[in-house]
Every structure is written in C-alpha cells, then in structure tokens.
Write a protein that binds this ligand. Structure first.
Ligand code: BYC
Length: 315
C-alpha cells in the first residue's frame, strides 16, 4: 500500500474515532493503534491475574467462613477478568502464549500495586476499598474506549469490581468500629495502601509516554492526573466515615479548585517498582511461572479433547 492510501485510511479512521464509532477486530486500524492497544489490554489482563496473588495469600487465613467464601469468589472474579481481557487482546492478532511469555520475561508490565505485600487481614479490606476503587475509577472511563471488545469487557468488569469495592469497604468499616487493635490495623493498612493506590493511575500527564496518542485515538478517555484526582475526591469522604486519620498530611479540601489537594507521590518508588524492584516483583513472577508450568497438563488435556472432537466431527 502506498503512503497516500495509508494517509487516507488514517484520516478515515480518525473521523470514525471522532464520531465515537467503535472500532471492531476486522476493521482497518493503524499499526500503532493496534500495538498500543495490545500493550495496554495485555498489561491490564496481567494485572488482573497477578492481582490474585496478594489477596490469595489470605484465603486460608480469612477470619470467618463467610469472609473466606467472599474472598474466594472475589479472587476468582479477578482471574475471570484476566480471561476476558486476554480474549479481547487476542482479537488484535496476538496469541495468549505470546502475552504470557512477555509477562514472564519482564517485557510486559502489570500494575505496580501488586508488588506490595499483604501483611494483615486489614490489607484485604484496603485492597478491595482502595485498589478496586481506583481500578473502577479508571475502568468506568474505559467503558467508552474506542475498541469495541475492550469497551464491552469493561462493562462487566466494572459491575463485578463494584461488589469487590464494597466488600473491602465493609471489612474496613468492621475493623474501624472494632477494638483498639483492629482500628490500628485498619489505619496501618490505609497508610500503606494509599500511596501505591494513587500510583495505579500512572505518571503525571506531562511524563506519560502514551497519553497523547491514546487520548487522540480515544483508547484512554481521561488523563492519568484527572482520574487520580477523581479517586482522591471520592475516597476522602470515605476515610471520614471510617473515622481514620488521613494518610497524607497535605490532604485538604480546596474551595477554589473544588477538589482535594494532596501531597506529591514518591515517583522514585513508582519507577523502581515498575522496573522490577518492588517488594514482591520476583516472587509474583516466580509464582506465576510455577502455576503456569503446573497447569500444563490441563492445557494439554484441553487440546487433546479439542483434537478428538474435531476428528470425530470430520469423520
Ligand atoms: N503500574 O504512558 P503511561 C484490578 C507504565 S487490576 C505499572 O501513562 P498508559 C485488580 C505504562 O504501562 C486493574 N506500570 O501509560 C485486580 C508505561 O510503560 P510501557 C489494572 C505502569 O498505558 C486484582 C509507562 O508506565 N488496571 O483492578 O498510557 C485485584 C508510562 O505510562 C503504571 C489497568 O490496567 C502502573 N500503575 O497509562 C484487585 C487499567 N502506570 O507500557 C484489583 C488499564 C503506568 O510503555 N490501563 N505504567 O512499558 C490503563 O488505563 C493505562 O495503561 C494506565 C497507564 C493508566 C495504567
């Protein structure tokens, strides 16, 4: 195809995007749009799957049978989210095996937050409340992303995340209304998960490598900083209800801006974590590799069953 044809196609593509039309798998799309989407969707899928580990750590130690059953269902939901998202990325021409290889070799990232350890039961409350809360703020906006299969996956994921957020907040409510030790546990979890949750939204807009292109193509509908601000604004009144101390001394309502002000994030920590030097990066990937290897017989059995069905059908 010559350059003129490509320019025409790109122009027609941008017109469709500007008209809010959804782009579907068989539609023409610029190579860079496809690559950028594969990057974002596959990293989103990896985040869901790796995100099962910190909470999975508490499945055997949940304080009651009810809490255990709820947590088990939540962790399974996260695995399901990973599967919808891998399927959505596959429609762009990348295979599941390629995505897994990229995760395990460190070529692909996953959300920085999942490299922090879950030290107490209150961390399970804080993750549901803050981590799923941050994920929802981001994903509500992604329901309007320009790529059809990604947008549709987001609708279901958001519904499930909203249950997750409430289960986490309910744990925080119980602890914060409990005895002194329980209140301290809740406070400690809030203090440790607050900043990493704000980091989930990515670098400042001025430092975000992909934002400009992703906003033009409506892959992203709101910027990292705008979404972070939304999350802070929604979370502070929830801290007030819990009657916990603010985890950031600079958190303060700003009448002029109509938003909460907050302190600067520790960007050195953020970049260290996304480069692989967080508390749990190595452990998370090692665990994934082990689970993937141990599951090989399941994949082989599925393939053998599929081949048998096809052979029977052909006969
Ligand atoms: N962590 O140009 P930027 C969940 C990377 S899981 C790690 O702003 P972009 C849950 C970024 O990838 C929900 N890396 O990037 C599951 C890029 O590096 P590459 C997870 C980060 O893509 C279980 C570089 O920094 N949600 O809900 O325009 C239990 C420059 O950044 C992070 C999603 O994945 C980070 N926080 O914007 C509980 C949402 N931030 O790729 C809960 C979908 C940035 O060039 N993703 N980086 O090597 C997005 O919306 C966007 O990808 C982001 C980043 C806002 C995250």
């Amino acid at each position: 195809m010559n350059t003129e044809d490509t320019a025409d196609l790109e122009q027609a593509f941008q017109i469709r995007i500007d008209k809010e039309e959804k782009i579907e798998p068989k539609d023409w799309m610029p190579g860079e749009y496809r690559r950028n989407l594969i990057r974002q969707i596959s990293q989103h899928a990896h985040s869901e799957v790796i995100g099962m580990q910190p909470e999975g750590n508490w499945l055997t130690r949940a304080p009651t049978l009810r809490r255990k059953a709820v947590l088990l269902a939540k962790v399974q939901d996260e695995g399901g989210h990973g599967l919808y998202l891998y399927s959505s990325a596959e429609t762009l021409g990348v295979s599941r095996a390629e995505m897994i290889e990229a995760l395990q070799s460190g070529k692909a990232k996953y959300a920085s937050i999942f490299n922090y350890p879950t030290l107490s039961w209150a961390d399970i409350g804080a993750i549901g409340w803050l981590v799923d809360g941050a994920a929802i703020v981001n994903q509500i906006s992604l329901q309007r992303t320009s790529y059809g299969p990604y947008a549709r996956a987001m609708v279901r994921i958001c519904k499930e995340e909203s249950f997750h957020q409430r289960q986490g907040y309910e744990i925080m409510l119980s602890l914060s209304r409990g005895n002194q030790a329980q209140r301290e546990m809740a406070q400690d979890a809030l203090n440790r998960w607050w900043w990493p949750s704000l980091m989930m939204f990515g670098p400042h807009d001025a430092d975000s490598a992909h934002s400009a292109k992703s906003m033009r193509w409506k892959i992203k509908r709101e910027t990292n900083d705008d979404l972070r601000q939304k999350f802070v604004d929604q979370s502070v009144p929830q801290i007030d209800v819990l009657k916990l101390e603010y985890p950031d001394p600079e958190l303060k309502w700003n009448e002029n801006r109509g938003h909460y002000d907050f302190g600067e994030l520790d960007w050195d920590e953020f970049y260290a974590v996304i480069k692989g030097d967080g508390h749990c990066n190595r452990e998370r990937i090692q665990h994934h590799v082990k689970a993937h290897e141990e599951g090989e017989w399941v994949r082989d059995a599925l393939k053998a069953y599929d081949a048998k069905k096809k052979a029977r059908h052909a006969a």
